[in-house]
Design a protein around this ligand. Structure first.
Ligand code: KG4
Ligand code: ZN
Length: 359
């Protein structure tokens, strides 16, 4: 089985061809980072226009790199939500057009299910597995019981972990997206320099909260700005800040990242306790979503998972951030279960994973 995947829910226009033998025949991702970075975040209207401008070429490239034609494709899998609605509409309408013209099945994929199932493409992961889903838009812990069936154990009460990374970067004048920049600076900083709050840590349950952490970072950055002449260049480029600025930024990033790691480890220990009690046959803990690209957090998760005699799985970094391979693969998993969709499937801006229905 050969599936074309299409992803346009945020700021990447992506298409890929994947087979049920777990072969990635092509993986095209056109990032819009440059268009959005002057605004410090994704601008939905700019994103929609860029998707319209590029989607056709991206799909053609994915087919040609896979050395395949639409005739040889067995189905079109597309992100139908959740996400920025303009982008979702562009991808879904394109996929419907192709499905209608070629008379191939359409598979409307939940973007989060794409992230969730990627580990089954890259590793030998069986159901049920525990899932930490951390991206720009989402931050939750779920049990994946099977394709299309998720049980939520906890979620964020305010910001997502990706937003916490992005906002920390923004406060430090580091531009968008913040995650990779924070990770890079953290390597050079002292993680014990700033004592930051650990919201909800030590409490029952698997929920997250990052707003207190954000406020603490805001105060620390402001104190630094007023007590020294630090961060005064106003430059987005850390390379041209003063030595004091650079040291402050590196220490702040390292302290923030360590705090994020402490929070994740604490919340995941509670989740593992629940998971092993209710699903004693479960063996794997998967980290997915854009923030799963962070090597430090992957290590922290691995530590807590190994301590509990389970196996931690993190897909390759390139497949953690948004891509169409994960959508094609989720399409394959759904097609195998006979789950295809009609051409009047509606795009969904909000679509919680635990609300995906098993037909
Ligand atoms: O899954 P994703 O590509 O898009 C959404 O579905 O939201 O996730 C994007 C998020 C952004 O907040 C970005 O800063 C974060 O993932 N991210 C990272 C890293 N790479 C991307 N966060 C921490 N460390 C990274 N290396
Ligand atoms: Zn995503």
């Amino acid at each position: 089985m050969k599936i074309l995947g299409i992803e346009t829910s945020c700021d990447e226009t992506a298409a890929a061809v994947v087979t049920d033998k777990k072969e990635i025949l092509s993986d095209i991702v056109l990032s819009q980072t440059e268009e959005h970075s002057p605004y410090g975040g994704v601008v939905p209207e700019i994103a929609s226009r860029a998707h319209i401008a590029h989607i056709e070429d991206v799909i053609k490239k994915a087919l040609s790199e896979a050395d395949t034609s639409l005739r040889e494709i067995d189905g079109i899998a597309v992100t139908a939500g959740p996400g920025l609605i303009g982008g979702v509409i562009v991808g879904l309408m394109t996929a419907k057009g192709i499905a209608s013209a070629t008379k191939k099945p359409l598979i409307a994929v939940n973007h989060l299910e794409g992230h969730a199932l990627t580990a089954r493409l890259t590793n030998d992961v069986s159901f049920p597995f525990l899932l930490l889903l951390v991206s720009g838009g989402h931050c939750q812990i779920l049990v994946t019981e099977k394709v299309g069936k998720y049980k939520k154990l906890g979620g964020t009460l305010d910001d997502s972990l990706g937003e916490a990374f992005d906002k920390t970067a923004k406060m430090l004048g580091m531009g968008y997206p913040g995650g990779p920049a924070v990770e890079k600076c953290a390597l050079k900083g002292d993680e014990n320099k700033f004592d930051l709050p650990l919201p909800l840590v030590g409490r029952k349950g698997c929920d997250f909260s990052f707003s207190g952490l954000k406020t603490a970072i805001y105060r620390t950055v402001n104190n630094f700005k007023t007590s020294s002449c630090g961060l005064t260049t106003g430059s987005m480029d850390p390379a041209i800040k003063s030595q004091d600025d650079k040291e402050f930024i590196n220490d702040m990033c390292a302290s923030f990242q360590k705090t994020a790691g402490d929070i994740v480890a604490d919340r995941m220990q509670n989740a593992i306790n629940m998971f092993t009690k209710k699903y004693p046959q479960g063996k794997h803990v998967v980290i997915a979503g854009g923030v799963a690209a962070n090597k430090y957090l992957r290590k922290r998760l691995e530590e807590v998972v190994n301590k509990n005699s389970l196996e931690a799985i993190a897909p390759p970094v390139k497949l953690c951030t948004d891509n169409a391979v994960m959508i094609a693969w989720a399409g394959i998993e759904r097609m195998k279960e006979g789950l295809t969709d009609s051409l009047d499937f509606q795009p969904l801006a909000r679509w919680p994973l635990e609300k995906i229905t098993w037909q």
